[in-house]
Design a protein around this ligand. Structure first.
Ligand code: PHE
Length: 348
């Protein structure tokens, strides 16, 4: 090879071997092989070379170009390999580091109790219905046999939203909604929030009830007793004592309040130190729900024939059941969302 080409070759080889980046290599490629590159220029000059020297000169230049291309390719290859191994060491992940722990949520105790109650009823074929939290006077009172000025309205300190609109004071209006749109047989439960103007250690302005009712031909008080006794024994304990006590609700006749033997003093009315039990106030019994046979007057409001159909209904307070089940003394704890309180309940 001609001496000057030989020098050029060494120059390129030297510069390539010292280059440390792909950009630098690319720059060299342009400098030698680009459109205005040194080697390209020499190739272009072939036409001015004497014809007898042209073939040899051409061959030498082609070899030089091939050499440079090959070196560039090799250079790029090793630069890439270098980059990769550098990344592998620098970006190494330490798989022995402990993972970041995620906080685990849990079901709210009231939700747990509602779910449990719903499960017991579902197993007996009851279906779930729901109604609006904001009711009209007709569904919350009127159709439940509580006309305007009925003294029983006083039992339920009502939050009014507008003249005839209110926050439902119980889940019983859903009885009316369901019976307005469906015919018996019905086996329904209604879990939901209710509202009363009340606020102390055992009353919250918003609390929860589970309403239930069953309507068909031939439903009798014994069905009410059987179903509620079974449910309370499932929720509290298989040997819980259950008592039905005469009571009054405008929408049931006859009506009964249901008590269970006090879960705190075990129905004795007194504690071991012989002090009266505070939870049942020494009676040995805890009122747990209101119930009764649906009043024929309610059937008249929804257009059912009271000669053909009969039914029972009941309503229970979820917070009260949760307080007794878990020994919670202040209802407000359920709504403060203090994690120290909530964490004490079992999680799944
Ligand atoms: N709605 C009543 C209450 O809130 C409970 C109840 C429901 C009583 C159904 C009888 C029948 O106090």
């Amino acid at each position: 090879m001609n001496e000057s080409l030989e020098r050029l070759k060494e120059e390129v080889a030297g510069r390539l071997s010292r280059s440390v980046s792909e950009a630098e290599v690319e720059q060299l490629r342009v400098e030698y092989l680009g459109r205005k590159g040194t080697v390209t220029g020499l190739l272009r000059g072939l036409k001015d070379v004497a014809p007898e020297e042209r073939p040899q000169r051409g061959e030498e230049l082609n070899r030089l170009r091939a050499f440079i291309e090959e070196r560039i390719a090799g250079c790029l290859e090793s630069l890439k390999a270098e980059k990769r191994s550098k990344a592998l060491t620098e970006e190494r992940v330490d798989i022995t580091l402990p993972g970041s722990r995620r906080e685990r949520g849990r079901v709210h105790p009231l939700t747990m109790v509602v779910d449990e109650i719903v499960d017991v009823f579902s197993a007996m074929g009851f279906e779930i219905a729901r109604g609006p939290d904001i009711e009209d006077d007709y569904h919350n009172f009127e159709a439940l046999n509580m006309p305007k000025d009925h003294p029983a309205r006083d039992m339920q300190d009502t939050f009014f939203v507008a003249a005839e609109r209110l926050l439902r004071t119980h889940t019983s209006p859903v009885q009316i909604h369901v019976m307005e749109s469906r015919k018996p047989p019905l086996q329904i439960i209604v879990p939901g929030a209710v509202y009363r103007h009340d606020d102390d250690a055992t009353h919250s302005p918003m609390f929860h009830q589970v309403e239930g009712f069953m309507v068909d031909r031939g439903i009798a008080f014994t069905d009410l007793k059987g179903v509620l006794t079974h449910v309370l024994r499932q929720i509290f304990s298989a040997d819980a004592r259950v008592r039905f006590r005469p009571s009054f609700f405008p929408f049931t006749e006859p009506s009964a309040e249901v008590d269970i033997g006090c879960v705190i003093c075990d129905g004795k009315g007194a504690l071991r130190d012989s002090h009266a039990c505070r939870v049942c106030k020494g009676t040995g019994w805890l009122e747990i729900l209101g119930s009764g046979m649906i009043d024929p007057e309610v059937f008249r409001f929804v257009g059912y024939d009271a000669e053909k159909f009969s039914g029972f209904a009941f309503g229970m307070g979820v917070e009260r059941i949760a307080m007794l089940k878990y020994g919670v003394e202040d209802i407000r704890l359920f709504f403060q969302n203090d994690l120290r309180f909530l964490r004490q309940f079992p999680s799944f």
